[in-house]
Structure formats: structure tokens, C-alpha cells
Design a protein around this ligand. Sequence first.
Ligand SMILES: Cc1cc2nc3c(=O)[nH]c(=O)nc-3n(C[C@H](O)[C@H](O)[C@H](O)COP(=O)(O)O)c2cc1C
Length: 383
Amino acid sequence: MGIDTGILFQPFETGGLHLRNRFVMAPMTRNFSPGGIPSDGVAAYYRRRAEADVGLIVTEGIGVDHPSALGQESMGGGASPVLHGDAALAKWREIVAGVHQAGGVIVPQLWHQGVIRVPGTGYHPEVPSARPSGIWGPFDGAMVPPDYLQLVREPTAPLTENEIADIIAAFARSAANAKAVGFDGVALHGAHGYLIDSFLWAQTNLRDDGWGGDGPSRARFAAEVVRAVRAATAPDFPIIFRFSQWKLQDYGARNVATPAELEAMLAPIVDAGVDIMDVSTRIWSTPAFEGSDLSLAGWVKKLTGKPAIAVGGVGLSKDLQSSFAQPTVMTNNLPLVAERLASGEFDLVGVGRALLMDPHWVQCMRSGTEVSPFRLEAYASLY
Ligand SMILES: Cc1cc2nc3c(=O)[nH]c(=O)nc-3n(C[C@H](O)[C@H](O)[C@H](O)COP(=O)(O)O)c2cc1C
């Protein structure tokens, strides 16, 4: 007899969200929104997953209402959506309604690419890229193609006080729009080296004004974004914050080296009004610090007291980095996930690529039926 995975299919209530099970569709950039407006297939793409019992859908990264938010970033982006303007808002209203009709819950991932944006690209090529200290970061460990590196190598002017204030206001406007079109909360992309994370990381934030310095000082920008989003929405509007150590600039990067540093960095962010922490790792179970088996999601939950989402490699045999290079295979590793969730280490389980390969993945896992195989072509499909 295997370990009981039933707990993963139990409902969960937290921070104003009522979820029918523990599975969260991880945010995945899809590039099917030319001009920033979701194309017709996008509504069906999300609805299909809601109909197939995904507990919470976090959308693809959506550019916040600032001209420097999106560009053609390293993964071949260029048709990411926005959440402002009548046309985009009408589409999102339709997408959200479809998910709700299917019994689903959906939040948008608000995204500012920051240092990762290729200057001179995106919907507003004329504006400079937004960088805390003008730099993209170290080049040695980058997990991006060499031709992309050439395009981001040149330093730009560090963000000014006014520019920082404008971008924070853009997050707030987009969050208010999210609420207005019916989303059930918002998710903030604070990971992977993009703008919020580039303030958190000492290698891209060299500022010695109020926006840089030690861990808690580098967390100020993230905290101000959370505070502004909270003020622009409602006291009970769920806010999910995504945090990672790894970055596109360096898969081995670390914002913090010890649990004490982690606690100090996350405290101001959480205190500003976060309800759920989404902890992005390549493999959900990897021990985060020496001397303990606890995963990063486990540490974040323990140190912040907030419910945590663990993500990375659920339902798959390989991590994200390797799967772009060589196919992985679908694997049922839920017994171990269920055991660690049952122990209280984390509360929710993020699922990215498995749900891209098979929209019915949650139902298949529950019924024990076979899932679609892993295939690289699925990255380019909106099924
Ligand atoms: C095609 C693709 C696009 C992604 N886009 C985003 C994104 O827009 N925002 C984000 O935070 N993470 C993004 N990710 C990372 C996923 O959210 C997730 O953390 C990662 O794929 C690990 O989960 P998995 O092993 O279940 O796929 C993306 C991943 C993939 C495969």
C-alpha cells in the first residue's frame, strides 16, 4: 500500500481564499497576448484547468501598468498580457468569469521584469529598463543564451526616487484593476531576478540610500509594493508573494545564507500585508540550509507563520533548468509531497509543467489514470 495522498485533495481555507484542494497552478508565461491583450484561446486555456479541478490558478506573469514592465526577455517573451486599458480588462473579466463558472479560483501574477527586460523592446521600447543600480547582475552563472546577455550587458541609470514611486503606484493600479475585473486576489512576482527580486539581491542592489543596504533594507521596495497593493484593494483581498533564491542571472544565487537572514528579509514584506508565501525552488523538497532537511517553503512557513506553497518538480522527474534542455518524464511523486504537507511543512502544492502537459493532471492523479506524456511542443501550445 502506498502512502495516502488524500490530504492533497482536501479543501483549504486561508487568507480569504476557499480552495477545493491543495493544488495551485504555478504562474507560467505563455506569450499568447499580442499587444498585451489576451487572445481568444486564453480564456479556454484557464477554464479547462478550472473545470479539471485545479484548486487555485495563478496566471502567467502580467505586466503592471508601467511602460518599463515588459520587454522581450530571455525566454523569448514578447506577447505577455497587461492588466490595464479597456480591451485587456474586458478580456480578463471574461477569463475570470469562465474560471468562476467552472468552480475555480484565479489570481493574476503581477510582474515587472526590471533588470531582465531587454532595453529597447516590449510595448514601449522607448523607455529605459528599470534597474535598482543600473546593472543586470553577474554574468558568470547566467542561465540565458549568450546573445541575450549581449543585449542586457550595458549598464543603465539607476532608478531615481520618483521612478521608484511611479513603479510602486503601477503595481497598486494593476492590483485595483485585478479586483475590479473579479480576480480572487493577486500574486506578486518577487522572484527569479525580476524587478522586486533585484532589489532583494545584494548583487543587483548596490544602493546606499533607503532602498539598499542589509537584507531588511533591500526588502523595503517589496514591502512598499505590498503595502500599496493592500491599500489599493481591500483589507481582506488575498495577496500572495513569490520568493526565490534562484535567479535567471544565476541558478545558484542566494538572497540569504541563513534562516536568520531569511527571517529578517521576509519580516517587513509579510508585515506589509502578505497572506500566502509562494516559495519557488527547482525541486520542492531540497533542503534549504545545512543541518536540516527542511525545504525552503518549510523554512518560510516556519519563520513567517504564513501558509506556504511549495513548488518545483511535482509530477515530474526533472527540474525546470534541465527540462528546457532535455525532456523529463511525468512521475507520480505525490506520496512524498503528501507526507511532507501532512507534517505541516507547507500547505499548498504548486504545479507548473505537469499542468501545462495535461490540463486534467489533478483529476488523473486522484483517479490514478494515466497523464499525457511530457513533450517540449506543449510549451508552444495553448491547450
Ligand atoms: C513555460 C514556463 C513559464 C514560466 N513563467 C513563469 C512566470 O511567468 N512567472 C513565474 O513566477 N514563474 C514562471 N515559471 C516558473 C513556474 O512557475 C514554476 O515555478 C516552475 O516551472 C517549477 O515548477 P514545475 O517543476 O512544476 O514546472 C515558468 C515556468 C515555465 C515552465
